[in-house]
Write a protein that binds this ligand. Structure first.
Ligand SMILES: Cc1cc2nc3c(=O)[nH]c(=O)nc-3n(C[C@H](O)[C@H](O)[C@H](O)COP(=O)(O)OP(=O)(O)OC[C@H]3O[C@@H](n4cnc5c(N)ncnc54)[C@H](O)[C@@H]3O)c2cc1C
Length: 452
């Protein structure tokens, strides 16, 4: 964010993480930890920042040139095509195995992405950054399955065993909610996170008796649309809320479009690329949010992939793309998997009931003030990846980050060349809608919101 000149904007709208308390449902305190234990600014150069997702989106949207964004588009599917031979318009499914499609490739070989408004685009590669239910991943995996090259574990149905109601309140009175006055954000779990502007970001989670398998039959709009949100809101509004109030008070002070019911999935996929398609973020590794790392990891994927693509020779060769995709997956997959697993462990720890659960939580949080706990945090925070094609920002913090080399191709200059080409048009009269910032809480640029 600092490389992009966004750090000041983010710091002006974010609150630094100050502490965290784990509470029972009656709001009595089990255990906790504070930033003094992490010492993150001194050790890693920055506080962990807490910013509502809509605010982060608005900072990013304000800096992206309008002609670089096509809003309101829904990707449907893709195919590989060869423009030099229209009769071979669908070359193969993935091109991964090389069975019907050799590595190599000419300037005529393209990917053709189709959107629900009837438009389609030709490009050298397709980057699927479309979240946990990624349509790009589904399209890629369908093709790989047909070819017999999709690993078995990636063929299993997706499951979830927790749901959450999430929201960001309007501005509240700091007299009534003194936590909001503090310069730092003091988290309370179940999740209450003071954010800038005298608001709370909040999450209420529920663990289901049985995990639910997601497929086209049961993952309907009715489960996740406005009615489902209202139903869950009713079911949890009686719960104790901050400063003598209830969760109902939080719900009532949250605008309807900033309130959602979400499913909390977790999965680390093995396949991150195939043919001319590559996945980043939740599309290839989805963690439950209890370590506040999902968005951070997604951004690190993007920075790593962009840096590797930047250093590629000027070619449309599929083999060259695969080298880049492979290097990208190699550098990101193990840490992303570790985040999925650690978030899962933290989730299990937080929901464990009774005195034994309390004991385990105390022991786990106590680890952070030990030498071993510090070492673990240092290891995680060593990944302060920078974009290699932009001037590096000064190393901050006493704990060194993993060394990185500046791009072989030198620093980037401003480049407005479009990277994909619109080749088909929507029906006349179809309007592009403006994107809406959505509803979840997410953290700022500097990693975890919560210890692991
Ligand atoms: C309740 C909750 C709390 C969280 N808290 C934190 C936190 O504190 N810190 C943190 O780091 N992470 C947190 N996360 C995780 C974080 O939100 C995700 O890891 C992160 O948003 C993933 O980014 P992404 O870009 O991969 O996917 P997304 O943010 O899901 O973005 C995907 C985008 O693709 C679009 N899209 C989807 N399908 C299509 C399609 N077919 N065509 C075109 N566009 C499409 C979507 O509209 C969306 O804009 C939380 C998640 C949840 C659910």
């Amino acid at each position: 964010m600092e490389q992009l000149g966004l750090l000041e904007d983010i710091e002006s709208l974010a609150k630094p993480f100050g502490s965290l308390k784990v509470l029972r449902e009656d709001l009595s305190v089990v255990t906790g930890m504070s930033d003094k234990t992490l010492d993150s600014k001194e050790r890693y150069g920055h506080y962990n920042q807490c910013i509502p997702r809509p605010d982060l989106y608005n900072i990013l949207l304000a800096r992206i040139p309008k002609n670089r964004l096509h809003l309101g588009k829904r990707f449907v599917n893709f195919q590989h095509i060869n423009l030099s031979n229209p009769h071979l318009s669908t070359i193969s499914s993935s091109g991964l195995s090389g069975s019907s499609y050799s590595l190599g490739g000419s300037e005529f070989e393209k990917i053709k992405a189709r959107c629900s408004d009837g438009t389609f685009y030709h490009a050298d590669i397709l980057v699927g950054a479309d979240g946990s239910s990624s349509a790009v991943r589904q399209s890629l995996y369908r093709q790989l399955r047909e070819e017999g090259t999709l690993p078995k574990s990636d063929q299993e149905d997706q499951q979830y065993k927790q749901v959450a109601l999430v929201g960001v309140t309007n501005a509240l009175s700091p007299k009534k909610y003194p936590d909001l006055n503090d310069e730092f954000s003091h988290f309370k779990i179940t999740w209450l996170m003071p954010v800038a502007g005298n608001r709370y970001g909040w999450i209420i989670t529920r663990t289901l008796d049985e995990p639910v398998t997601i497929n086209s039959g049961n993952s309907s709009y009715a489960d996740w649309g406005p009615d489902a949100t209202d139903e869950m809101s009713k079911a949890v509004r009686h719960l104790a809320g901050p400063d003598g109030g209830t969760v109902g008070d939080l719900i009532d002070s949250t605008d309807r479009h900033l309130l959602s019911k979400v499913m909390l999935e977790e999965r680390a996929f093995k396949t991150w690329y195939g043919g001319r398609t590559v996945l980043i973020g939740d599309a290839c590794h989805k963690s439950v949010p209890f370590t506040g790392k999902g968005a951070n990891e997604s951004m690190l994927d993007a920075v790593t992939l962009a840096s590797l693509l930047y250093d590629m020779p000027p070619t449309n060769d599929l083999g060259e793309f695969h080298q880049v995709f492979r290097a990208y997956q190699q550098s990101r997959a193990s840490i992303a998997k570790q985040v999925v697993e650690t978030s899962s462990q933290v989730s299990a720890l937080l929901v464990k009931e009774g005195w034994f659960g309390d004991l385990m939580r105390k022991a786990a949080f106590g680890l952070y003030s030990t030498f071993m706990g510090r070492q673990r945090m240092d290891k995680i925070h060593a990944y302060r990846t920078q974009a290699t094609f932009l001037p590096f920002v000064k190393e901050r913090g006493s704990v060194p980050s993993k060394p990185q080399a500046q791009a072989r191709n030198g620093l980037a200059s401003q480049d407005h060349t479009p990277r994909c080409k619109l080749v088909g048009h929507a029906k006349p009269g179809v309007q592009e809608e403006h994107a809406q910032v959505d509803e979840f809480m997410t953290l700022g640029p500097n990693s975890v919101s919560m210890p692991m």
